[in-house]
Design a protein around this ligand. Sequence first.
Ligand code: ATP
Ligand code: MG
Length: 331
Amino acid sequence: APRVLSGIQPTADSFHLGNLLGALRQWVALQDDHEAFYCVVDLHAITVEQDPAVLRRRTLVSAAQLLALGVDPERSALFVQSHVPEHAQLGWVMQCLTGFGEASRMTQFKDKSTREGAGPTSVGLFTYPVLQAADILLYQAARVPVGEDQRQHLELTRDLATRFNSRYGPTFTMPEPYIPQGTAKVLDLQSPDKKMSKSLPDAGCINLLDDARATAKKIRSAVTDTGREVVADPVGKPGVTNLLTIHSAFSGQSVAELEQHFAGSGYGDLKKEVAAVVTEALAPVQARTAELLADTAELERVLAAGAARARGVAAPTLATVYERVGFLPPL
Ligand code: ATP
Ligand code: MG
């Protein structure tokens, strides 16, 4: 079966609706016909300052949420990035293949390093897309389920794979981004000109682990647009369109059907229904996450097995790369 790889950063106490609809749902679905490698990317998380105890805790909570959402450790390798040292090792080789100007063109770096309240900018934040390329190429992944914000990084990964293959001989599978229709960029409820993000203020972010009251409150306070008709219009009504998209993703009704359904009603009715469909879908995920975290021994066993399985693929890829670039094999 073709391989798939994706990762998510343990940079918050909970994942959010953007992560779920942009990426994690596809992680779960792709397991049916792919050999999947899914990781909690703690190396990426430290590109901005993290409290060590908080990072450790969030790594476990992240893994628990992934299992609760349906990542199946019998079929897929679920692991922590730092448990597989080949990521950092291939990352270095990829850095030496990347042009400085090429790395400088990554728009997410520009956004994150200039964001209000961003601390001092690390070199790691600058080179993180190159490490991400290594994450993907190590597993010879054919598909990479991600949100729209990762499209440019996937292009870089493809460029680096092409460069390596032409310089040293065919080594890496060419990965394709796997980006969903409609939900590739879920917007922040307070700033619907920005994507929902773990590292933006919490008020506009629907966390998977928020309780039903907090979720309903955030949705009630969502910024809507002038006018009163519930119709999708990404340019004129980004806030309303975002809520319709979220409704549709959970209810399974199309946006056109929802426009019909809400004809004659107002933004308040839309918000009430969005809160209902979202909280209903999240309740079982929250219950399962809590169960998995009640005793983390099982979780840690899953992560150890996942790392062993991942290394089984990553180590031979790295060995080939080291040999091709001319490193003297150790005895
Ligand atoms: P951070 O702010 O720390 O970067 P994040 O919310 O962007 O956190 P990541 O861990 O960087 O989350 O990304 C995990 C996955 O979720 C990626 O595939 C990314 O493309 C996807 N994703 C993140 N935010 C959204 C969003 N608002 N809409 C759709 N997909 C998203
Ligand atoms: Mg991100």
